[in-house]
Ligand binder design. Structure first.
Ligand code: N01
Length: 536
């Protein structure tokens, strides 16, 4: 990656790290502004999350007509989704189609991991080091994803296990044949909830190790009604606009309610929860506006779901174990197809590791207390070092050589989730402090990329070449993000939103609550000449 004539690193206007939904759209948008762009991607293909998460049953739990790009009218009109919720292979096909359709691949360098990024103050450029060489760029854009850095717990004895181990977020591309295999699976978040029914169907035996029971609402997935798809496409821009105004970031045709559960009668509560349950999916959390604000209200919703679990699971002891106690929604709600039913199968066992944690992994299996569960393979559905994990694995150094990892040692600090003070010309797509994982990811990504694109266009037309976050703006934003979260029930349990799933990670609520408020703030900041940023 050197200019052979001068022996200097190849120079670009912008370097983008990651070729998932975010990186690809950034490339398209910046190329449209006339910038030279290079995207680096560690994987051997584009797709990010949807390239890596190939575990059995992987699909998106936001509906396909909403979990898709809107930047091209032709694209959104022509692409035909087949199911209410798209499978991982279908989403990956869609991303690959986008990459080809917009001729993006020629600027994506695959199988290249970015290891370091250092700001050269005198040249006002980023020097980006990869495992294949170095380049330089005026802008460095981190499209590294919120859930891209898989987390495997450090369980004693794991290295002596004689069978294969897998992580749902790094699933082998050739697939895994579990027939006649005894599988142990650790983790019951969204990835576990989706994969457990599929693995149970195939495996000889499945032992599920559960630390915390999870709330799952039925997906009610089905083939997408062609008439509904036509109907949405006929009003796609309105549909997308409505999306931006819902506080969940999705549900244009079935928005979250503004009603207060605290003011509803028991009959009204029951009817509303039943209606949302029947509709399926994450809409359940939109049943009432105070569900994440009022602990008593939340208890009612949680009790409703526990009742549903007991209706499905035949063994009352297993149903009890599967019934969560924490606030519903404070860990991300799961959306399932046949999850609870799977525990009625003869070949499935549920092991509570909440009270008695895993002692160790042995040559032959997993030991919990005095009991050794013999298995042939172990699946880790143990999640991610979310929101900051991918960034902290790159040695990012800003003004004066200051390390971002050190700056964020007590938790991430950003302004709008887009940038961090002392790291000029570095943008983060869906960074901590932005709605990201608490919104619908694809529109959240597009909103960020468009904002960054507009900002760079403004700088170029004004002859400006440096943008940095003002310290006071960052401090105020971090306080504001925390204040919003502290007014809700979100910080009440050990979720990955708080970094609580990774030992030693600081406990800080990372996403911003409310997509509409956030979009309004970003628009206001831009309209006021990028208020809170220093441009020079
Ligand atoms: O990860 P998770 P995930 N010992 O962190 C357990 C998105 N996503 O990959 O709750 C024992 O949610 C952990 O237990 P506990 C979605 O945003 C979307 O499932 O910490 N157990 C938990 O049960 C989602 O929220 C989709 O006590 C350990 C599980 O592992 C996010 O990705 C599909 C442990 C991890 O659950 C992450 O989901 C998949 C340990 N040391 C993912 N460490 C869809 O669109 C962790 N666990 C459908």
């Amino acid at each position: 990656m050197k200019d052979t004539a001068t022996d200097t690193p190849e120079a670009f206007d912008a370097v983008v790290v990651g070729a998932g939904f975010a990186g690809l759209y950034t490339l398209h948008r910046l190329r449209g502004l006339g910038l030279s762009v290079r995207v680096f991607e560690a994987g051997s293909g584009v797709g990010g999350t949807w390239f890596w998460n190939r575990y059995p049953g992987a699909r998106c739990d936001i509906e396909s007509l909403e979990y898709s790009y809107q930047f091209s009218e032709e694209l959104q009109q022509e692409w035909e989704w087949t199911e209410r919720y798209a499978t991982q292979p279908e989403i990956l096909r869609y991303i690959e189609h986008v990459a080809e359709r917009f001729d993006l691949v020629r600027d994506v360098q695959l199988e290249t991991r970015v290891l370091a990024a250092r700001f050269d103050d005198s040249a006002n450029r980023w020097e980006i080091g990869t495992d294949k060489g170095a380049v330089s760029a005026s802008y460095c854009i981190m499209a590294t994803g919120c859930l891209s850095c898989s987390h495997t717990p450090n369980i004693e004895g794991l290295d002596r296990f004689t069978g294969p181990t897998y992580h749902t977020g790094r699933w082998p591309h050739e697939g895994v044949d579990f027939s006649a295999v005894r599988v142990g699976l650790i983790g019951t978040g969204s990835s576990g909830v989706q994969s457990i029914p599929f693995i149970a169907e195939e495996a000889e035996e499945l032992v599920v190790f559960q630390r915390t029971a999870t709330y799952a609402v039925p997906a009610h997935n089905a083939a997408l009604d062609p008439e509904y798809q036509r109907n949405v496409k006929a009003r796609y821009s309105e549909f997308r606009k409505a999306n931006r105004q819902t506080h969940l970031g999705f549900g244009s045709d079935y928005p979250a309610s503004d009603d207060l559960a605290a003011e509803a009668t028991p009959e009204e509560l029951e009817a509303r929860y039943e209606e949302r349950w029947a509709r399926g999916g994450l809409h359940f959390m939109g049943a009432f506006v105070d569900l994440m604000l009022d602990a008593e209200v939340n208890k009612g919703a949680a009790e409703f779901v526990r009742g549903k679990i007991h209706e499905v699971v035949e063994d009352p002891a297993v149903a009890n174990l599967l019934s969560p106690e924490q606030v519903i929604g404070c860990k991300r709600l799961c959306v399932d197809t046949g999850y609870y039913e799977t525990f009625n199968r003869e070949n499935v066992r549920l092991v509570d590791i909440g009270k008695t944690p895993i002692d160790c992994v042995t040559e032959k299996g997993v030991k919990v207390g005095e009991v050794e569960y013999e298995v042939d393979a172990i699946v880790f559905a143990t999640g991610f070092d979310a929101m900051t994990g991918a960034l902290s694995r790159i040695d990012i150094r800003g003004l004066g050589g200051r390390s971002m990892k050190e700056k964020w040692a007590a938790g991430p600090r950003t302004y709008l989730g887009l940038g961090t003070s002392g790291f000029p010309n570095l943008f983060i797509i869906t960074g901590p402090g932005s709605p990201s994982v608490l919104a619908n990811m694809v529109p959240a990504i597009e909103q960020h990329v468009d904002w960054i694109g507009d900002c760079i266009a403004h700088m170029r037309s004004a002859g400006l070449c440096r943008i940095d976050v003002a310290q006071h703006a960052e401090d105020e934003w971090v306080d504001h993000v925390n204040q919003l979260a502290d007014a809700t029930l979100f910080p009440t349990c050990n979720s990955w939103y708080l970094g609580a799933n990774v030992p030693g990670k600081p406990r800080v609520f990372m996403p911003y609550l409310s997509f509409p408020l956030y979009v309004a703030k970003c628009d206001e900041v831009a309209a006021n000449g990028y208020e809170g940023f220093a441009l020079s």
